[in-house]
Write a protein that binds this ligand. Structure first.
Ligand code: CS2
Ligand code: MN
Length: 355
């Protein structure tokens, strides 16, 4: 397992690669070209500049999160061939630059959903939080307004204002797309890109839906063990794999994470490790990474990754906002750095215990 840290790039992230370099154990960053829109072909010069920036700070660019997928590919719209060929061009350029991991998601319209981006906890930290009663009684426009009022100067991943302005049109293209259709469209996309991925040895790692159930009536196909195995079976290629995100899958207490991890031996290319605290049916707060602060057993999770021989990049995922830090919701430096130290401690113990 290689410890990494997500970085959104200069101008988008309050954290710098130089700061990340000082977090013990971190060898690389997971980054993206945050100013590209889904469907766009990435410029080689921009990929090279990103790599040089990261390497200049003494880190490696360990993977891309995310190359986002155009909604026409997900919904199977008329322009999907164009956007698939654009995606392939981006993969070729990434491959030429030596990138071997791409994380993506297949959530229609938007990325992760929360009802609160800064819920105070008793210790004064603020966290991302989800309350199904609030979300289910909101319409999508209210959701956008609430996010807008709390995101500060930061653009949330997967919630680009330019795209969200077209949300009615985006919701429209998913009419008639149920889970089976969405999965079929994912299979179509994966079959088209796999030859390129295999040529450059780029491991594609699909990120689970967050939360692990349907929101705003949209279909979702990356929610549980069964879904993940169906996806692994869509295309038989070593490049078709999973981002195992404990916080996303763990939003549903029925998901037994160590069991899911063990069952996906060889298919996990990337790990997001964070904890959440279940508060009731479809209600949770994000917590510190520490097992006792949340509902997930981080020791058993790290042990499962170790036992299946997982050797890809792992990163802490969302952290709390502590010590007055101002940063992208979920992506401050301090709590994620604490998460790295804690996870590294578990890993050292598991490795030395040789169990
Ligand atoms: C991330 C996701 O912040 C997060 O929850 O794990 O935004 C993830 O980057 C995307 O879903 C992957 O495309
Ligand atoms: Mn994640």
């Amino acid at each position: 397992m290689k410890m990494t840290f997500r970085w959104f790039g200069d101008g988008f992230d309050a954290v710098t690669p130089e700061q990340i370099r000082q977090v013990p154990a971190v060898k690389g960053v997971i980054s993206t070209l945050y100013d590209t829109m889904p469907g766009e072909v990435w410029e080689t010069s921009a990929i090279k500049a990103l790599k040089a920036r990261v390497e200049g700070a003494g880190l490696e660019l360990s993977g891309i999160e995310s190359v986002n997928i155009h909604d026409d590919i997900k919904a199977g719209g008329n322009s999907r061939e164009l956007y698939i060929s654009n995606y392939i061009k981006t993969l070729e350029r990434l491959g030429e630059c030596g990138i071997d991991l791409v994380c993506y998601n297949f959530m229609p319209v938007f990325d992760w959903t929360r009802s609160d981006l800064a819920k105070p906890r008793p210790d004064g930290a603020t966290v991302l939080s989800y309350d199904g009663d609030i979300i289910e009684n909101m319409d999508f426009e209210d959701m956008l307004k609430s996010l807008e009022s709390k995101r500060g100067e930061f653009v949330l991943p997967g919630w680009e204002p330019e795209r969200m302005a077209r949300n009615k049109e985006l919701f429209g293209i998913y009419k008639g797309v149920d889970e089976d259709k969405l999965r079929e469209n994912l299979g179509y996309f994966l079959k088209a890109i796999m030859p390129t991925c295999e040529k450059y040895n780029i491991k594609m790692a699909i990120h689970p839906d967050d939360p692990a159930w349907s929101v705003f009536g949209l279909p979702r196909i990356v929610k549980n063990k069964d879904d993940l195995h169906k996806i692994a079976g869509l295309v038989d290629s070593p490049c078709n794999g999973i981002t195992l995100c404990t916080g996303s899958l763990g939003s549903n207490p029925d998901n037994d994470l160590p069991d899911i991890i063990r069952s996906l031996k060889g298919k996990i290319h990337f790990a997001h490790v964070r904890n959440i605290k279940h508060l009731g049916y479809r209600k949770f707060d994000e917590s510190a990474h520490l097992s006792e602060d949340g509902s997930l057993d981080m020791y058993e999770i790290i042990k499962a990754f170790h036992d299946i021989g997982f050797n890809g990049p792992l990163r802490p995922d969302h952290g709390r906002m502590v010590w007055g830090e101002v940063a992208m919701p979920g992506y401050g430096l301090y709590d994620r750095a604490m998460g790295v130290c804690y996870l590294s401690g578990i890993l050292e113990a598991v490795r030395k215990g040789k169990v």
